[in-house]
Design a binder for this molecule. Sequence first.
Ligand code: FES
Length: 117
Amino acid sequence: MSNPAQPAPGTVLCRLDALRDPGARGFIFREGEALFMGFVTRRGEAVKGWIDRCPHAGMPLAVVPDRYLTREGDLILCASHGALFRPDDGLCVGGPCAGRPLWPWPVRIADGVVVTA
Ligand code: FES
């Protein structure tokens, strides 16, 4: 299912050094009536992107802006009902959607900048 609001490959999101390590940041794009919500997570020099929709009930994961990680920063947390996801592959390892993954949003780093891939 394509979303017309999903940014084209090469869209600049932020500088890598603007992300905490570990850290995360959400992004919202709008195109007419369509809305695309995604977030990126950083661990060291690695960045991954995810669509901001929980596989449990379809809610955005963070209720506080950019708060996608647990306090320890080792897992992605859905604040609605507590699902926990591994940041390396997005797999839910605890909570109501255990065994189901987040949908990936491909991103890459180019010259110290996080861009969509
Ligand atoms: S919507 Fe994420 S745990 Fe329920």
